[in-house]
Design a protein around this ligand. Structure first.
Ligand SMILES: C[S@@+](CC[C@H](N)C(=O)[O-])C[C@H]1O[C@@H](n2cnc3c(N)ncnc32)[C@H](O)[C@@H]1O
Length: 390
């Protein structure tokens, strides 16, 4: 079931202005101020929601990420406001909870001088985060509208960018058309039209891929704008971006003629954004080459790019898994924990598709990050990933 008021809102906009670019439809479906998927009440993430994120699978994810963030914070040293972490798109607040729990128990000195800033677009989720976090970490966490200027610290996100609305294009060797949404015979229909902004054509030129056959692709301009904004705000520090996706050469291939756009509804995927409007998530994979390029434009250098398997291995997940296992003599609880951790790191589960991009600005050059001790590369990216994906 779609939300009738949300259908009416989008339909009225189309009837007033004509067909709208798909990106605008997706913006309303996910983030209409009160009716959008992310802005209205209800479970989105986890068993009772529509999809799992790593932080909802097992707290070890937050713990190991915290270990990496701690190494970065210590290398950067304290700024005027102590140590600063900025999490963007914090969902239910689970990742924040796990990170702060780890820092409190392992590094009270850092914890006591830490400010943890959350930047969250959805007011409903902000309330949810406060309910989860304030009883435990009232004086550590603050919510802000934007990244503070001249920030010294670490800015990170998990599955923020895949939740941003995308432009959808249909391209072939000669033409580039954008997918628009129209209203006909009492329902939404897709039509094709010219690109709604010249930025899409500029972006396509940068992708530098030959589309010999008609191919559908998504372009996430909001992610590029986001990278530009945070790069400009960061004076010194790291940006850690965790999400599913590929470098451009692997994302835009004839093997994906329909792109990567997907909807999630109660743990099932579908390709129909016109079902369950306001009740289902919509996402597309991330073009990490475009992100890295956008970062370079604002002074963020790529420190490393790896996948979740290797990132978590570098941070010691294998050792943490040792007490658990599937052997006959293990308890049911130990088996359950083991399977959840395996889900995070196994290449055929979340380990390979999820990537970690780490960028830095004015950072200590000698620091070797634990999470990048396996495959800390970017330039060799195509070659190595191609090898692993076969
Ligand atoms: C897929 S959820 C991921 C939640 C969480 N990071 C996790 O690991 O479970 C995406 C989150 O990003 C938020 N979000 C989307 N766009 C945003 C933006 N431009 N700024 C801040 N938060 C945003 C959503 O409201 C939601 O909380």
């Amino acid at each position: 079931m779609s939300k009738p008021e949300l259908i009416a809102f989008i339909r009225d906009e189309i009837q007033e202005h004509g067909p709208i670019p798909f990106v605008r439809f997706m913006e309303s479906a996910l983030y209409h101020p009160t009716l959008g998927y992310y802005t209205s009440p209800g479970e989105k993430i986890g068993f009772r929601g529509d999809y799992y994120t790593s932080s909802s699978v097992h707290p070890i994810f937050g713990e190991l990420l915290a270990k990496q963030l701690l190494q970065m914070l210590l290398a950067l040293g304290e700024g005027e406001s102590g140590y600063t972490l900025v999490e963007m798109g914090a969902g239910k607040g689970t990742l924040c909870f796990d990170i702060l729990s780890y820092l409190k128990s392992t590094s009270p000195d850092v914890f006591n001088r830490l400010r943890y800033i959350i930047i969250e677009k959805s007011p409903t989720l902000r309330t949810r985060q406060r309910q989860r976090l304030e009883p435990f970490f009232l004086d550590r966490v603050q919510w802000e509208e934007a990244v503070p200027d001249r920030l010294i610290g670490v800015l990170f996100s998990n599955e923020l960018l895949d939740a941003m609305p995308v432009h959808r294009l249909r391209v072939d060797r000669k033409t580039v058309q954008e997918i628009y949404v129209d209203w006909k015979d009492d329902r939404f229909v897709e039509t094709l039209g010219p690109p709604s902004t010249p930025r899409l054509l500029d972006d396509l030129k940068k992708i530098d891929v030959q589309f010999d056959r008609p191919t559908e692709i998504e372009i996430n301009l909001q992610a590029i704008d986001w990278m530009h904004r945070i790069g400009q705000s960061l004076a010194r520090g790291y940006v850690v971006t965790i999400d599913y996706g590929y470098p451009a050469e692997m994302l835009y291939t004839p093997r994906r003629p329909k792109g990567t756009f997907l909807c999630y509804y109660r743990h099932q995927t579908n390709e129909n954004p016109y079902d369950h409007i306001g009740e289902q998530d919509m996402t597309a994979h991330i073009d990490f080459t475009a992100l890295a390029r956008a970062g370079e434009e604002v002074g963020l250098s790529v420190i490393g790019f790896t996948d979740q398997t290797h990132f978590l291995m570098g941070l010691g997940i294998a050792q943490r898994m040792e007490p658990y296992g599937m052997e006959m003599d293990r308890s049911d609880e130990a088996k359950k924990q083991f399977l959840a951790m395996k889900q995070l790191m196994a290449p055929d589960r979340m380990g390979r598709i999820f990537k970690i991009l780490i960028q830095g600005k004015n950072i200590p050059p000698e620091l070797k990050l634990d999470g990048l001790q396996f495959k800390p590369f970017f330039k060799l990216l195509t070659l190595i990933f191609f090898f692993f994906m076969m």
